[in-house]
Design a protein around this ligand. Structure first.
Ligand code: GLU
Length: 292
């Protein structure tokens, strides 16, 4: 076998905010199959930046569920909560580029802003997930106003100034997508997301910042994940480009849908792997449910 540093690197990156469900199992098996097919390494990254929801019990359950499925990952596992300092350092690099600003609006403020705007009969723009874009209020504050708010100790997040970030990128952005029909280049449209959050008031990072930082730190060459994250890849490509990081190849696989045709969420108790197992399902039954 080739030395470890020359082998492709895959990662399965669940968030222990609830019990793993069939969708996670599919993603984990997909990663394993793709890694095996090319003699790649298979890493497990525990995405526990949301310390209000991720608990040691849920993490232990996650590891037990993966072991029950017969999936094997390299150890030690990578835990995002042990890398907050790395995310802070990357955030500071972006700040030094002038593409980050403190964001003080609460969720309620954003909702009211959108409602006020929409009362005029015009629709406020939404991101590809359907969430309203962050208003320009904080981006347009004067330096003095910003300093005063920071000095007052007001809770804030940090957001990417999308227009400023795009101005630093010369070429149109693309990512490589491994589809069933072969490798294609997909044009990335990060602007569709507006000023995304990089670090939250209740967590010293964000999904986008951590995922890009960690994929690079772990030398991930192949990101295999659900189609729900397809459009978010545009943000990841932008951050990789700003930070001079190598881009992995992406593969966004089909989602396992619930009986109601909707995406599974952690609250879907009926498709939690533990529940299926408690109800008597074997791993072979799970594979049938997943259609693999
Ligand atoms: N932690 C993310 C999730 O559970 C997946 C992140 C990724 O694969 O990029 O949805």
């Amino acid at each position: 076998m080739e030395p470890a540093q020359d082998r492709p690197v895959f990662r399965f990156a669940p968030s222990p905010n609830g019990y793993l469900h069939l969708g996670h199992a599919f993603s984990a098996f997909e990663n394993q199959a793709r890694a095996e097919a090319v003699g790649g390494r298979l890493l497990l990254r525990i995405e526990d930046i949301d310390q209000t929801r991720a608990t040691p019990e849920l993490e232990a359950a996650l590891i037990a569920d993966l072991a029950w499925l017969g999936l094997r990952f390299e150890t030690p596992y990578f835990r995002q909560s042990e890398h907050f300092g790395d995310y802070q350092a990357v955030l500071e690099r972006l700040m030094a580029m002038g593409v980050v600003y403190p964001a003080f609006l609460t969720r309620g403020d954003v909702r009211r802003h959108v409602e006020d705007y929409e009362r005029s009969g015009r629709l406020w723009p939404r991101d590809p997930d359907g969430a309203p874009l962050y208003p320009a209020t904080d981006r347009e504050r004067s330096g003095d106003e910003r300093a005063a708010l920071l000095a007052s100790g007001r809770r804030h997040a940090f957001r990417l100034d999308m227009a400023a970030a795009l101005a630093l990128v010369e070429e149109p952005l693309f990512w490589r997508e491994d589809t069933d029909g072969g490798m294609v280049d997909v044009e990335a449209d990060p602007a569709a997301w507006g000023d995304v959050v990089l670090s939250r008031s209740d967590a010293p990072s964000s999904y986008h910042l951590s995922v890009v930082t960690d994929d690079a730190a772990q030398n991930v060459t192949h990101v295999v994940r659900g189609r729900d994250l397809y459009h978010a890849t545009a943000i990841h490509r932008l951050l990789q480009t700003l930070l001079g990081l190598k881009a992995p190849v992406y593969r966004h696989h089909r989602l396992i849908l619930g009986a109601d045709g909707r995406k599974l969420s952690k609250s879907n108790g009926d498709t939690a792997l533990r529940q299926l197992r408690a109800d008597g399902s074997s791993v072979a039954d799970i594979l049938v449910l997943l259609g693999i």
